[in-house]
Design a protein around this ligand. Structure first.
Ligand SMILES: Cc1ncc(COP(=O)(O)O)c(C=O)c1O
Length: 364
């Protein structure tokens, strides 16, 4: 009998049938919600923990300390529960009540960081505090998802090859929402090596500056960063970057639930807006896959709640034609991502990241 750890991976791919026209490309979602922790983050969490155990950096009874808006923290807390590690997770006010409750259910200690950093987000203040706690707590380990290249390596070794194998050669574009860059870094490296014809499309939030541009506050959970993360080690491997607005992404989530019976998180909605755009310009014998990183149940009190949407000043319209119109009007933010790179090599050191010396781990 398998344990919960062996149930991570092998997520199914489903085809959308009601929101795409017959003369457009096939549009599919790879449903990472089927991982036991409910999101794609189970994969890098397990990979990083097992790599640290193998190297002796994580010893029995140790403490995991991580900055996470929810999903990665939930995965660490779940894996920590079965492996006997204490988990301290630093979240921020954008973390949903459901995610907070899940962290606590798995026994994690949760710290809500409310101080914004210079970009108006919480990433840097969360990471700096996590690194300080790591220095103070003996026998602790920092998975360090934003700077640890094992994050991208997990997707390069497992998720990307799993997807390619499942598609039996019929795959033309993969669409990935971006935050730490683990997914897009690992997938882009894999596909450039093994199937270079597959287009790699990155999706950022309007207001995030992973690929440059103007920084401002946004609501999309699990997306964005105020710099280009080192897990995206070569921007040349990404074909196009799009930025999606909160309202469009949330409308896509709500349309997906009503018209396709799929309850997904905001980052899947953002990826779907871009997928609809691409499907409109590709032939029906082409296949586009969006990585659907998590589960909509986590966002029932927010994205799927009319009251919350009204409070945020967002439309509660659930209209597939309007969504398709908005998608058709979307233009790429960049078709040559190196031109708008926003790398901040000094950050890992100034935030005292414990993994900045691991930069070439892809090749180890
Ligand atoms: C729901 C969701 N979608 C997308 C992402 C982005 O993935 P990555 O951090 O690998 O860039 C995250 C990361 O936290 C996430 O939680």
């Amino acid at each position: 009998m398998r344990t919960i750890l062996e149930a991570i991976g092998n997520s199914p791919i489903v085809r959308l049938q009601n929101i795409v026209m017959k003369d457009e490309a096939q549009l599919c979602l790879k449903l990472e919600r089927t991982n036991p922790g409910g999101s794609i983050k189970d994969r890098p969490a397990l990979y990083i923990i097992e790599e640290a155990q193998r190297r002796g950096w994580l010893r029995p009874g140790g403490t995991l300390i991580e900055s996470s808006s929810g999903n990665f923290g939930i995965s660490l807390a779940m894996i920590g529960a079965i492996k006997g590690y204490r988990a301290i997770i630093l979240v921020d006010p954008k973390t949903t009540p459901v995610n907070l409750a899940m962290l606590k259910a798995f026994g994690a200690e949760v710290i809500v960081v409310t101080e914004q950093d210079d970009s108006g987000s919480y990433h840097k203040t969360r990471i700096a505090l996590a690194n300080r706690l790591h220095r103070e707590i003996p026998n602790s380990f920092r998975p360090d998802q934003c700077f640890n290249p094992w994050n991208g390596q997990a997707h390069y070794r497992k998720t990307a090859s799993e997807l390619y194998g499942q598609c039996g050669g019929l795959l033309d574009a993969v669409i990935l929402a971006v935050s730490t860059g683990g997914q897009v870094g690992g997938f882009s490296r894999y596909f450039r090596e093994y199937a270079p014809h597959v287009k790699i499309i990155a999706v950022d939030a309007v207001g995030s500056t992973v690929f440059g541009g103007n920084a401002h506050a946004y609501l999309l959970p699990g997306m964005g960063l105020s710099w280009t993360p080192s897990n995206i080690d070569d921007l040349n491997r990404i074909d196009e970057v799009y930025k999606v607005a909160d309202e469009d992404a949330f409308m896509a989530c709500r349309v997906l639930a009503r018209r396709e019976g799929l309850l997904c998180g905001g980052s899947t909605g953002a990826a779907l807006v871009v997928a609809l755009k691409l499907a409109q310009r590709m032939e029906p014998d082409r296949r586009i896959v969006c990585i659907a990183a998590d589960n909509g149940e986590r966002y029932l009190p927010t994205i799927y709640d009319d009251g919350w949407m009204h409070e945020c000043g967002l439309s509660v319209d659930i209209n597939v034609d309007e969504l398709r119109r908005r998608a058709s009007e979307l233009e790429p933010f960049s078709t040559h991502p190196p031109e708008t790179a926003n790398y901040r090599p000094e950050l890992a050191e100034s935030l005292d990241s414990p993994s900045h010396h691991l930069c070439c781990a892809h090749d180890q």
